[in-house]
Design a protein. Sequence first.
Length: 502
Amino acid sequence: MKKILCVLLFALSLCPLLLSQEITALKIIENADDVRGAKNWGFYASVVDYDGTKILTHNKYRVTATTFGERPNDVYKSLAFFVEPTNVRGQKSLKDGQVYWQYFPDTKNLVRISGAQRLSGQVTAADLASSNFASDYNGKILGEEDVLGKKCYKLELLQKNEEVAYYKLTYWVEKESFHPIKADYYAISGTLLKTAYFRDYKMALGKLKPHEFFVVDPLKKGHVTRMLYSSMKPETMPEYFFSKENLETAKAPQDSKVEEVADGGTSAYDIMAKADERRCGDDWKFKNVVYEFQPDGNKPKLVSTDEYLVRSKIFAKEDGQNDTKSFVEFLAPAATRGQKLLRDMRVYWLYFPGTKNVVRISGSQILSGQVTAGDIAATNFTNDYNGKILGVENLADLKKVCYKLELTAKEEGVSYAKLMYWVEKDTFNPIKIDYYSVSGSLLKTGYYRDFKAISAGSDVIKAHELFIVNPLVKNHVTRMIFKDIEKEVSPEYLFTKENLSK
């Protein structure tokens, strides 16, 4: 009897612990807020309003936001600078807790507005500010539901006070990741105002974040609004910056010029990031086979074949930035088998097993044919280069209509000083690259080819070949074939200098 009583008492003692671990609506909303936004950050937002395929309006904003205090008493403040079009340039929208102000430079008027005030298309002042739902709404878990193939918590959010932009939201948050997936926005009358989807998740500020807020009008078929985020970065501003008294003189932080945007609201960064997804990846493993062809009379002749096993990984840093690292094992030929290459951001190390030496090399070091260490490491262009849109060009010989970009190295250590880059408009497939040295000499031209799924049934499309041409020597070509591409979260110890000799 004593044993039974002891077991019961022990089980009862665990109840508070089990209850404390139970997920709450507030915790779900807070976790999703951390994915949707950040405590202290800056970003660009391009808002494009469509009627079917026709663009109605296209607005561009530069937004900075800082959180003061700690949960649950924190206050989220943001300031949006109107960048485009020219007729609204210079206007500013301030969110100071639950109070919104808009400044008009022509008249120097300062007007208090509602968070529900539409600024562009279906996007309101509250949407642009990326306000924290945890601060604005009381939540209740309604249950669980599958949305877009994802298992989600379904929540009801009710405004805490009348200053909050929307009376009620129905909110779906993915269970496993706490990624916000969908939200229905309601007026106090119960009318559904709009439905929004959070999509295009990719790395920013150390975690996967939605880079698109896609809004559907429930009353007008074909009316949608896309808010596209780019250039997210950690950014903290002093509290006085977010005051209505400062609005007239406030300037966007650390920005001397407006980021260039192509038609449809796509920035150079957006184009590069989408193309990066087709030519490399984060947390991936694949094989590289490099075939080197030298001229033999009037035709190219195969002279060497090299094979590598490549792993890449993203490391999040405390400052919100990302480190990209790659670990490469040399598989063939026998003369180089056992060598290893480590890319640690812009620092490259090469290990020689015969002498057990670890040597620092440049990312522009040729490893096979015309292929460099940077090429093998499959670097993300968004990490290494600043992009500028030069226009749209029809590559008639390839039958592709492409964005043409100029990419310049962010700092020393990047493999190439400059790239001219063509990315297909419809698909964001990278198509062609011209590689330049510091002196301005054209080093080589590369063509990405053989776009296909990485495996049967997969919806992940990657280029499976980079075809490189020597501009000075006819019939000197190098083919880099990507094969056995798969998602792999490799252990962190692989990506260290100390591991190279093991």
